[in-house]
Ligand binder design. Sequence first.
Ligand SMILES: Nc1ncnc2c1ncn2[C@@H]1O[C@H](COP(=O)(O)OP(=O)(O)OP(=O)(O)O)[C@@H](O)[C@H]1O
Ligand SMILES: [Mg+2]
Length: 353
Amino acid sequence: MGIQLEHRSILAVDIEGFGRLNRTDPIRLGVHQRLRQLLTSALEQAGADPQHYRLADTGDGFLATISPSIPKPRLLDPLIPWLTEHLDRANRRASQAEQLRLRVVVHAGEVLADPDPNLGHTVILASRLLDAQALRACLAATSAPLVLMVSEWIYREVVEHHYGSIDPASYQPVRVTAKETDVIAWVHVPGDPDAVQRAGVLAASAATRGPYPGLEAFTEEDAGVFFGRQAEIALLLDRLHPALPRQAHRFVAVIGPSGSGKSSLVQAGLLPQLGQRRSRWLIVPPLVPEDRPIRNLARSLAAVLPDQQVDALATALVGGDAGALVACGEELRAAVGGRSVSLLLVVDQQRSC
Ligand SMILES: Nc1ncnc2c1ncn2[C@@H]1O[C@H](COP(=O)(O)OP(=O)(O)OP(=O)(O)O)[C@@H](O)[C@H]1O
Ligand SMILES: [Mg+2]
């Protein structure tokens, strides 16, 4: 039958805080028009004239499907440095409400040519990447005018090969989980190489460690390569961090036979995702009770409590009733920002068979 596939590069762009209250509709219209002009000029820098692409308006951004005749490296360089510089220049002159900061995604793959070239899995993945919490966190962590995320495909086929002045070392792996999507993607923040680290979304193990920890449980560091537990993670998140905060469970048990993956689920699945939640979580390093539960509890708490000695804390916890632990919790919340912060203490006996 007549379904026609065509290869396209995708450039997707979203304006940060388009709906912000300090923007009036005329300002939004101006910002939108300015972005259209900037993108058209940036694409021209990459060698793409309007006949080479289709620019769809997505409301708070644009999605360009670009002909494969435009070499993909050019979409990263010179397009991204050019766009960064011109955004920066325009922002300096603009009022705060008129400033433009962008999340940008570059991907490529097959799209359905008829009836609409913006249809199919390639465009869906680009949209998921553009919407990724990790990318939002990177933009929030930097003052750079744009953050770029490229798909694994673009990273392997283009970035890794050092075309032009593209530097693979300036791209950092992050994990993107949303709806049916669970992938690694790569973030580049022009002029601010530490932004991904500061945003706390770096999937370090994807780049620096092997994909399997052997017989050990997966840890938070392995989040980028921990797969297959999305349903269980969603269930745990739903218990601890439901849409309605008053429905949150105070105690959640993860029960299963030894070796079924409980520690891995909590450490490489739950903890990294909780850390990305908007209302902040303070996660105490997992407590392994062993045969000295109070002392080990003190050790976990002291790791996050400012100016606390393990010995003094252990003595307070032994001597006091549960009140001593509650007081520690309050002290911790006060230290990191107050009552809106939730505290999570993971207790994992490890190899408890
Ligand atoms: N999602 C996963 N994909 C691949 N391997 C996994 C996954 N989850 C766990 N494993 C592996 O399975 C083994 C057991 O995992 P883990 O230590 O997390 O289990 P556990 O239920 O906590 O066991 P125990 O009760 O003995 O502490 C480990 O080798 C771990 O690397
Ligand atoms: Mg375990």
